[in-house]
Design a protein around this ligand. Structure first.
Ligand SMILES: [Zn+2]
Ligand SMILES: [Zn+2]
Ligand SMILES: [Zn+2]
Length: 494
């Protein structure tokens, strides 16, 4: 590859670097983009500054007639800024790469692009990957693209990381690890969440610390099956004066008053005062029961009621999205123990589903298949290690996703490609959904012998007029906040 190709293909083609040049350490130009025309004196000062940054600290970095202030510098990398634009210089054994970026490119992004070319020129990464009895060396004679290919295959082969398509070269590069003796069960690493296109920091060793703190047993307060002061129990009067009917299974009512204000979803989405309707759905007339304690036959009417609300939302023109969620337990900010969920029918699509739709669209465009269908296939068929599967039946699987943040986080995912609850095919799939909801909630309660708190949300296709056949796949998220016992909450840092 010629020096000019590096400039064109590695830097300018990214659309992030506006101008760039590669110089020898003596200041001779090896290659440059058309509009990259710094004075020889400017280049000389940049090259000297890797060893002694005094000049650029005092009078800034000059290049192409622009003066940047010196933001950071070390023996390998210089970074200068002027407003939202900037300059980066990266030194390798033989060369110095200089690139500028303009408004619209994040400084870190530009820095990574130039650093990557630097790494490439430095001769690829020196990695030793070993695990158990297997080991493989990737040595410096290989360029970075080749290393990445092997890395991906290796990882896939050993089933460490989910799908090769999910972990592109860029993502591996951005991890920037020395993969020596790397062990996913020991060492901190980042895991990619393909649904929200974000990274999760994983520190496995932290859970191995001896635990000497709080360890409490569950507070199994016994509740009456009917509470005269509960605004959700049958026959009771609500805050605004309406009286609940003597309902037998489920009961849905619209609540736009303060009564539900304290019962906000904590994980699933934030709203911003858009038009919509907030509904409350009681799962059962019994005040002291939870989904975990309900039979499959009693859960089916709940699912049917969800379907009903979802279906009806199509006919309300300004409603584009239906978010069904249950915040269970006082720790989740739910003040009323009566089994219920909320349904927010809104004009705008909340943040988390929006991210998922974008990721699923991109995945479909690239792979011509559905991200969650592929993920289900991976966990249930392709991977030998089934440890992430909590339970499954013919129609659904419940897994702790690879990218889980919470210790007991799970997802229930439809095994076939259904985009919403209304596409569930007959009684079989309905009863399978009821079955798996009951099983996972039972397991939750049994972990700490308590009524397990969680935030549950159903993600499915929006109810707008667009085609969601490829960007949505029915799934339920369970985000439980507990870590070691019924009352010890895990707090997220950062
Ligand atoms: Zn009640
Ligand atoms: Zn699918
Ligand atoms: Zn989701």
């Amino acid at each position: 590859m010629s020096w000019q190709t590096y400039i064109d293909d590695h830097l300018i083609a990214t659309g992030k670097i506006s101008r760039a040049g590669i110089y020898g350490h003596d200041g001779t130009l090896w290659a440059g983009s058309q509009n990259f025309t710094p004075k020889p004196e400017e280049v000389k000062i940049i090259i000297e500054s890797f060893d002694n940054a005094q000049k650029i600290q005092e009078s800034g970095i000059h290049c192409n007639g622009v003066k940047y202030f010196a933001l950071s510098h070390n023996e390998q990398n210089l970074h200068g800024k002027k407003g939202t634009a900037g300059i980066i210089a990266e030194k390798t054994a033989q060369a110095v790469i200089i690139g500028t970026y303009e408004e619209g490119t994040a400084p870190g992004e530009a820095n990574t692009i130039i650093w990557k070319l630097g790494e490439y020129l430095r001769g690829g990464w020196q990695w030793t990957i070993s695990r158990k009895n297997n080991s493989m060396d990737i040595n410096g004679s290989m360029d970075i693209n080749r290393s990445m290919d092997i890395m991906d295959q290796w990882v896939l082969m050993d089933q460490w990381v989910l799908m090769d398509q999910w972990v592109s070269m860029d993502q591996w590069v951005s991890m920037r690890y020395t993969m020596s003796e790397f062990d996913f069960n020991e060492h901190s690493h980042r895991r990619y969440n393909p649904l929200t296109n974000s990274w999760v920091l994983c520190s496995p060793h932290r859970t191995k610390r001896p635990w000497q703190g709080q360890q409490e047993t569950a507070d199994n307060e016994s509740l009456p099956s009917y509470d005269p002061s509960c605004y959700l129990c049958p026959g009771n009067r609500r805050a605004q004066g309406d009286t609940n009917p003597e309902y037998q299974n489920t009961f849905v009512f619209t609540n736009d008053f303060a009564a539900v204000k304290s019962d906000q979803p904590q994980f699933l989405h934030k709203t911003d005062g858009v038009r919509g309707e907030c509904k409350v759905m009681c799962f059962s007339p019994k005040h002291n029961i939870t989904i975990a304690e309900m039979s499959e036959d009693a859960i089916i009417p709940v699912i049917k009621a969800w379907i009903e609300v979802y279906r009806n939302s199509f006919s309300i023109p300004y409603i584009n999205h239906v978010q069904i969620f249950e915040n269970k337990g006082a720790i989740m900010g739910c003040s009323n123990p009566h089994p219920h969920c909320q349904i927010w029918c809104t004009e705008s699509i909340p943040e988390e589903p929006t991210k998922e739709i974008i990721s699923m669209t991109k995945y479909y465009e690239k792979n011509n298949s559905c991200l969650l269908c592929d993920y289900v296939l991976l966990e249930t068929v392709k991977l030998k290690d089934k440890s992430r599967i909590v339970c499954e039946n013919d129609s659904f699987v419940c897994v702790t996703p690879f990218w889980a943040i919470w210790p007991y986080e799970t997802m229930i995912i439809a095994k076939s490609h259904v985009t919403s609850l209304i596409e569930l095919d007959g009684e079989k799939q309905l009863s399978d959904l009821a079955d798996i909801i009951r099983r996972i909630t039972c397991r939750y309660d049994n972990i700490f012998k308590c009524s397990f708190p969680y935030s549950m949300g159903i993600h499915q296709a929006p109810v707008d007029e667009k085609d969601h056949s490829h960007d949505s796949h029915l799934h339920l998220h369970f985000y439980p906040p507990l870590l070691r016992s019924s009352s010890i909450k895990k707090f997220l840092v950062g």
